[in-house]
Design a binder for this molecule. Structure first.
Ligand code: ARG
Length: 470
């Protein structure tokens, strides 16, 4: 039993408890029903929607021009109060729509009571929420652009920095650090595309669909749609009040983006470790250990990695909320907002933290190069040489190369340090020319195929990325 449920013998408290007890179910009802705690974030959108609606009602002769003016000025005052922090949000008024309307009625009286003509909270909330998610998608696009800009700047400085490329987290072939960073620029570019696609699809206005069936009043839905920056009104009133695809698409784009951020964060954690030492993060993006003085932990990267869980959870949560709902509106749909708000907060924080880490990180080219020297990463180059110069079938070249790797391993050297006679003992037609392809620099320089890791290509890719994304 929690503290506030514990009956007390003190009269004042008893009275409070008693009153509450008598209205017990109603109090719980209010508690489960109320949404003002979170949907107050829709205040600006709610006011903008009401202004557009009132102006349209007047233009159509449904309310008088005087009423519309009183409503408009009253809504401006409500907004000022909210912005100034003086507005009193009331839980008994349930949600943002009734809070704004009730305050408007206090301020301007009768005209305010005509505002709800030809609309319902169902089309109102659908409109407000679309406006909010539309802004959120635009903000995310801007945040991701800034992250891409940071990545492109770093990539441009490291078009020639050699590092091991991995498959299975096993060193595979040398790549350039710039090329690796540009891989994330592509991912975040697709994320931006998904937010934009979602934005384009959601940009239809539900206002005027009313409760579910439309309205007998001679409203002009095209006018309200245009006033609120929508491309057009939604085509079907039942769909309009019960559709939350726009929120789901936003969350889906966010979940994929969070997954990209998480993968990058994982690489940052690895790269900072003593085993890799590919980059260093400054004190600004690390924390110390309370017990181990030598530690510098990449907490920001770890938290970006972890927070993807919330975002993915928000998407699955809302999918589950929506999946069993009959047409049209059900109160279940009030549960749509918190996952979206929480996702927006979380993802914006992660994108900003990631941009901060990219700008903060100091790469260690010597360490990357040393790692690229280990593990015979140019073995594929050796095999490719045998194919190209000796016209050897690739499968045979693979076999010969395997023997060369074995020889290098036994001697404790790299492939490029193997004496020519050792190589010729394996394949007599090998000449000294082969050493031209066995260094990590020659390996990356040779990968000139479109989208490949050669520094020359990466320089071009940096320019192309600037043009495509910035
Ligand atoms: N607070 C509600 C929500 O977010 C607004 C719509 C209420 N509609 C209704 N018919 N009760 O869903």
């Amino acid at each position: 039993m929690s503290a506030d449920q514990t009956p007390t013998t003190q009269p004042a408290s008893s009275q409070m408890w008693g009153g509450r007890f008598a209205r017990g179910p109603a109090a719980i009802m209010e508690k489960i029903n109320v949404s003002i705690g979170f949907d107050k974030r829709l205040a600006d959108q709610d006011i903008a929607g009401s202004k557009a609606h009132a102006a349209m009602l007047a233009a159509q002769g449904i309310i008088t021009a005087d009423d519309a003016l009183a409503i408009r000025d009253g809504l401006d005052r409500v907004k000022q109060e909210i912005d100034a922090g003086t507005f009193q949000f009331k839980t008994e008024l349930e949600d943002i729509h009734m809070n704004v309307e009730a305050r408007l009625t206090e301020l301007v009286g009768d005209p305010a009571k005509r505002l709800h003509t030809a609309r319902s909270r169902n089309d109102q909330v659908a409109t407000d929420f679309r406006l909010w998610v539309r802004d959120a998608a635009d903000r995310m696009d801007a945040g991701l652009t800034a992250l891409q800009a940071a990545l492109i700047t770093l990539a441009e400085a490291h078009t020639d920095t050699v590092m091991p490329g991995f498959t299975h987290l096993q060193a595979a072939q040398p790549v350039t650090f710039g090329h690796h960073l540009l891989a994330y620029v592509e991912m975040f570019g697709r994320d931006r595309g998904r937010f934009r696609d979602a934005r384009a699809r959601m940009n239809e206005c539900p206002l005027g669909s009313a409760a579910l069936a439309g309205t007998p009043f001679p409203i002009d839905r095209h006018a309200t749609a245009a006033a609120l920056g929508f491309d057009r009104p939604t085509a079907n009133s039942l769909d309009a009040v019960s559709d939350r695809d726009f929120a789901l698409e936003y969350l889906a784009a966010a979940a994929i983006c969070a997954t990209h951020l998480s993968r990058f964060a994982e690489e940052i954690v690895l790269w900072c470790s003593d085993q890799f030492r590919f980059i260093r993060l400054s004190d600004a993006f690390t924390t110390g250990s309370s017990i181990m003085p030598q530690k510098k932990n990449p907490d920001a990267a770890e938290l970006v990695r972890a927070k993807s869980g919330r975002v993915i959870g928000a998407l699955s949560g809302l999918l589950v909320v929506m999946k069993g709902l009959p047409l049209a509106y059900s109160k279940d749909m009030q549960e749509d907002k918190e996952p979206v708000f929480e996702t927006d907060d979380t993802l914006a924080l992660c994108v900003a933290a990631m941009e901060g880490m990219v700008r903060d990180m100091t790469p260690n080219p010597a360490s990357m190069r040393a790692a690229a020297e280990r593990g015979f990463l140019t073995a594929t180059d050796l095999a490719d040489w045998l194919v190209r110069v000796l016209k050897m079938p690739f499968r045979d070249a693979h076999h010969v190369t395997g023997r060369a790797v074995k020889a290098a391993e036994e001697r404790g050297t790299g492939l490029s340090d193997l004496p020519l006679d050792v190589l010729q003992a394996i394949e007599p037609r090998i000449t000294a020319d082969i050493f031209g392809v066995l260094t990590v620099e020659s390996s990356v320089a040779s990968r000139l195929s479109f989208g490949g890791t050669a520094p020359e290509r990466v320089r071009g890719a940096v320019q192309a990325a600037k043009e495509r994304f910035l």
